[in-house]
Design a protein around this ligand. Sequence first.
Ligand SMILES: [Zn+2]
Length: 417
Amino acid sequence: MKVFVLAPDEKPLMPTTPRRARMWLKQKRARIVNRTPFTIQLCFEPSSRYAQHVKVGVDTGSKTVGVAAVAHSQVLYQAEISLRTDIKRSLDQRRQYRRNRRKRQTRYRPARFNNRKRPMGWLAPSLRSKAESTVRAIVRVARILPVKHVRVEVASFDTQKMQSPEISGIEYQQGELMGYHVREYLLAKWRRKCVYCGRAGIPLEVEHIIPRIRGGTNRVSNLTLACKTCNQSKGKRTAEEFGYPDVQVRALKPLRDAVHVSIIKTWVIETLPSLLGQVHISTTYGYETKYKRMKTLELPKTHYFDAVAIACELGEKVMPGTVWYQFKCVPRGSYQLYNGSRSEHRVSGPKKVFGWKLFELVKVNGQVGYISGRRVSGRFSVKDAITGKLLVDGIGHKKLIRLARATNGLIVHVNLV
Ligand SMILES: [Zn+2]
């Protein structure tokens, strides 16, 4: 467990031990600025601003993002961010409400669905929320740690390197790393199923179309994926002799641009430099992550461990962290009908009811959740902090225990590894 430290001018310093943080706080030489992740700010100028080379790894995803920071063979920070998946549904619902309103016998409301121009770099709202949340997750780390390097995984394999393996280093050409790369490539090319029987979701073996014994090479154009049964019954025959001449034809066509960097990742990589300034930004591939996580670090598959693997160099071993932070992105909760610039009447409920706000992290009946609904009478509904399932409805405000205030539409939770 690390305590994050900020200088008096809010610039991040290297994290410290809980023991030293406790001492500083007791002597009133520091103050608490955040409880999750626990962050303190010094009230005195540190004698030196020594900073190690802090590297951040980002495992982007469409539902969950993993972020980890590593320095001097130690994991300083690891987190998982659950992105919002409810945006499309909410917008569809809003569209339906507006359509109904226009149909009602009310004053004339012009249709406004098609009178806006899309600016350059426009993203669909659901994608934009994901991309912005990913960037925010990285910026949040850079605010508490002196980050020097950010590495983002962009695709599962490198098409260019696959076509000409000689551009990579010796370690790649002779090691198992190439095996990982070839496998990821073949999985994408043959769509994760046995080419002969077409079954998916079973263990697949790398298979030579023209067998080695018949002069077949190890080049990817001679490789495919097959299940154990098909592989064995094919034996020493070529794919054509086995009754699948089309496999031989398909194998010769390289997988060109089939794997493109997703819109979210492109947006993230293009946006980061302007937000992080001096930080070096680089990209990596999924096969490297998998190799590092399984072979060097020997860690199970989770989003934050993948992020740790992304942050590490090839062959670098790190001491794992003891806690991981779980973030959940939640809506800010305002209702556009009343808050937009064209709203006819501005009504919004009181921000606080009996001192409680929406999206505060609370404990109810021993469960951790967030306030999802409030009534002026002082009754609240609470949803689970991670799954978003309703825990209790209509509970009195006196039964709530506050864990954290709502910060920028985000719920935070600490877990032990
Ligand atoms: Zn098969």
